[in-house]
Design a protein around this ligand. Structure first.
Ligand SMILES: Cc1ncc(COP(=O)(O)O)c(C=O)c1O
Length: 373
């Protein structure tokens, strides 16, 4: 890379580590797998069969690293699917609904609402807790177990990308009701109790790789659950589990990048190593926001995301100040800082690959902007 890189704080697709980009660029030119003398290994990742031994090696390594680095229990099958997390909003109720048992959801923002909408199309759906009344600025308290005791499953969103709120630890709800978690925007960011998840899913495009591959992990007993209604072949977990995600052509390129990202994470110490770095990054930014009289953090203390930090600007001309702030930030090389329209203001998405030096640069820029304002 010849030009200085902008500070990419985009919500997703998002920043990837430079060494992952470089390794991926090499694999686009020529795979060159150690010990592999096959003809495919002299081709590009973009032009080999998903049935080749060369791709199988990459695919198997990516699955293994999901267990090892993301700490997905071995009791769960890891699947690499397509259609994004949004397809999981529908696949979850299609496959996991049980007759006469509602699907239960905790509503914490736009993405959980979309998941609820899909579930409602298919059957009885209960929202058992919600943060809607205060524009999703916090994670609601866990509802009493009676509210979801006979549920087909309980669904939560572990990190709310738009609002910048996050479950501190995933809830322990016992083994009677499966916990289903949309982990799209904080998967692999720290230790959060992943062993409590019965089915988890995450679009790769924030912490794990490029768009177009969705990591799903599902406990073996849930794969065997017979769907209540008709579910097309491609939308059944059992289809993909039986064929090791090779029922149809997977996103071969996306899986290679995922493997490269997980190898990079392993070098940093996996979720424990990432967690320490992410904690320190987020703390710096929240400390600045809390000490400021210009910026106001959107998320309440105790619910704050380490991945997406959201804030608004105050004062008599808040809209004008926000526009000037964003323009000045862009001129300083910060890209993707505009907040989602549901919250307004600004959002810094500081995923795993966003370096601490970038946080220092952002804090310095924000202090300077406030000083001059
Ligand atoms: C928490 C969360 N869930 C789901 C989605 C939707 O993901 P996809 O675009 O992969 O369908 C997003 C996208 O940003 C998200 O942040």
């Amino acid at each position: 890379m010849t030009r200085p890189r902008p500070h990419n704080v985009s919500a997703g697709p998002a920043i990837l580590p430079v060494e992952v980009l470089e390794r991926t660029a090499e694999a686009i030119r020529e795979l060159d797998l150690p010990g592999d003398t096959s003809l495919e290994s002299r081709l590009s990742i973009l032009e080999i069969s998903h049935r080749s031994a060369a791709f199988q090696t990459i695919h198997d390594a990516a699955i293994d690293l999901c267990h090892e680095v993301l700490e997905i229990p071995r009791s769960h099958k890891v699947l690499f699917l397509q259609g994004g997390a949004s397809t999981q909003f529908a696949m979850v109720p299609m496959n996991l609904r049980r007759a006469d048992r509602p699907a239960c959801y905790i509503e914490t923002g736009v993405w959980s609402k979309k998941a609820i909408t899909e579930s409602k199309m298919l059957g009885e759906t209960k929202v058992v807790a919600s943060s809607a009344a205060t524009n999703h600025d916090h994670i609601p308290a866990m509802p009493a177990p009676e509210t979801y005791a006979n549920a087909s499953y309980l669904h939560i969103t572990s990190n709310n990308t738009i609002y910048g709120t996050e479950w501190d630890q995933l809830p322990e709800i016992g083994s009677d009701v499966p916990l289903v978690v949309d982990l799209s925007s904080n998967v692999g960011s720290r230790k959060m109790g992943i062993e409590r998840v019965a089915l988890g899913y995450a679009g790769a495009q924030k912490n794990l790789g490029p768009s177009g591959v969705t990591v799903v992990f599902v406990r073996e007993d849930l794969i065997a659950r017979e769907p209540v209604g008709v579910v097309p072949t491609m939308l059944r977990y059992s289809t993909h589990a039986a064929e090791n995600s090779l029922y149809n052509t997977p996103n071969t390129f996306g899986i290679l990048v995922l493997r490269n990202v997980l190898q990079w994470m392993k070098g940093i110490g996996g979720v424990a190593g990432m967690g320490a770095i992410n904690e320190s990054k987020a703390e710096k930014l929240y400390a600045l926001l809390d000490a400021s009289s210009l910026y106001r953090a959107h998320a309440k203390v105790g619910s704050r995301s380490r991945m997406n930090v959201t804030w608004t600007l105050g004062g008599s001309d808040a809209d004008g100040a926000t526009k000037r702030f964003l323009a000045a930030a862009e001129a300083q090389g910060f890209c993707g800082l505009k907040g989602h329209r549901s919250v307004g203001g600004c959002r810094a998405s500081i995923y795993n690959a966003f370096p601490e030096s970038g946080i220092d640069a952002l804090c310095e820029f924000m202090r300077e902007f406030e000083r001059k304002a």
